[in-house]
Write a protein that binds this ligand. Structure first.
Ligand code: RFL
Ligand code: PHB
Length: 390
């Protein structure tokens, strides 16, 4: 088999890249280790920045997002038992974000790919990448007991944090920066109306909580939990009880509970791999960087990588120019580090850190009080939340 770009991973990064390349008339094959249903079953991100929305439109898959997504112009910060609204729309001159689940976005991309008959190989086993330091890279995989080979011009590593592409780069060619946080997020999805029409980010002495949503009838809630907690340790009843304790009296009264549809624990990590290009192989999305979910930057950073990568490859094929390819890593990393900084800062401000004690809590409360009382500080927060310009 031969293609122009072999894309490893059919998460949002890989599928979006496939769609943008298709629009530009560039051939690609997507290889995914899991089944399509498995990929759709992973409940993850929920908030899209304007830049990501624009990109979905550019890829021709934004229709359902506009019809069913929920535009949000603000969110609440809750601390010392009181809620304060950050009015993103006013503070950023009209910008907002879109609440639209990663599952839905992935489904839209999958449907678009299927409708155009573009090749995706699900359950591709033992994917390996070769010769990306030459102009003739090669990808091998196994399917139905047979080994297959794809000759290509470029490899796009869109295979997430545990993928094969970054792991195939010689040690010494890549520098990794990492911070692991001493807690995780326990998430619960339920078919209950959201407690509030906007998101609530809560700093409480019992730990962080987040009230999010997927629609007017589907809620997504998160609790900070110790890393040692397993999902089996948390009954639905225990989750709802703990969430109530971390909310303000009004939200506590308004909270509608119900059986969980999904419940999972995610560890929190900041991670960046530099550079993001190795000859003719690129890394994009979670394959190159991870942010803690506080502030909802992960998927949005992935989308920008893909935008830059699709642009660089289009330039290569249309103009025979390698300028975009050479600048890909630096352009991405400039934006990524700002997303990393914001996610680390917001995480540090909202969570209870086991070693910081009572003074840690007091310092966070003082910063939050300053933040909601200062238009300058609120503007910094709002600008980062809606997404920095490209
Ligand atoms: P993905 O989604 O991990 O997809 C990678 C795909 O590659 C496949 N793969 C392989 N395929 C073939 N061969 C191999 N050897 C392979 N190894 C892996 C995998 O099966 C998978 O299908 O990475 P991608 O596409 O870069 O997308 C990144 C996003 O998924 C991620 O950044 C976000 O989900 C992060 N995130 C959030 N981001 C936001 O922008 N807003 C949010 O509100 C938000 N909330 C979240 C989040 C992530 C969370 N978790 C669980 C980490 C909330 C949570 C709880
Ligand atoms: C979500 O709805 O899953 C979500 C929303 C905002 C975040 C993180 C996750 O900051």
């Amino acid at each position: 088999m031969r293609t122009q770009v072999a894309i490893i991973g059919a998460g949002p990064s890989g599928l979006l890249l496939g769609q943008l390349l298709h629009k530009a008339g560039i051939d690609a094959i997507v290889l995914e280790r899991q089944t399509g249903d498995y990929v759709l079953g992973r409940i993850r991100a929920g908030v899209l920045e304007q830049v990501s929305m624009d990109l979905l439109d550019e890829a021709g898959v934004g229709q359902r997002m506009h019809a069913e997504g929920l535009p949000h112009g603000g969110f609440d910060l809750l601390f010392q038992g009181m809620r304060h609204r950050i009015d993103m729309r006013v503070l950023t001159g009209g910008k907002q974000v879109m609440v639209y689940g990663q599952t839905e976005l992935t489904r839209d991309l999958m449907d678009a790919r299927q409708a155009t008959g573009l090749p995706t190989v699900y359950e591709a086993g033992n994917v390996t990448v070769h010769d990306f330091d030459t102009t003739k890279p090669l990808v091998r995989y196994e399917k139905d007991g047979q080994t297959h080979e794809i000759a290509c011009d470029f490899i796009a590593g869109c295979d997430g944090f545990h993928g094969v592409c970054r792991a195939s780069v010689p040690r010494g060619a890549v520098t990794e920066y990492e911070k692991v946080y001493p807690f995780g997020w326990l998430g619960l999805l339920s078919d209950t109306p959201p407690v509030h029409h906007e998101l609530i980010y809560a700093n409480s002495t019992r730990g962080f909580a987040l009230c999010s949503m997927r629609s007017a009838t589907r809620s997504r809630y998160y609790l900070q939990v110790p890393l040692s907690d397993r999902v089996e340790d948390w009954s639905d009843a225990a989750f709802w009880q703990e969430l109530r304790l971390r909310l303000d009296p009004q939200a506590r009264d308004q909270l509608v509970t119900g059986p969980s549809i999904e419940k999972s624990v995610a560890p929190l990590r900041s991670f960046v791999a530099e550079p993001m290009r190795f000859g003719r192989m690129f890394l994009a999305g979670d394959a190159a960087h991870i942010v803690p979910p506080t502030g909802a930057k992960g998927l949005n950073l992935a989308a920008t990588d893909v935008k830059y990568l699709a642009g660089a490859l289009t330039e290569f094929y249309a103009e025979r120019s390698e300028a975009g390819i050479h600048h890909y890593s630096d352009r991405c990393l400039r934006r990524i580090w700002k997303g990393e900084r914001f996610s680390w800062w917001f995480t540090s401000l909202m969570h209870r850190f086991p070693n910081d004690g009572a003074i840690g809590q007091k310092l966070q409360e003082a910063e939050l009080d300053y933040l909601v009382g200062s238009r300058a500080a609120s503007t910094v927060m709002a600008e980062n939340y809606v997404g920095l310009p490209l």
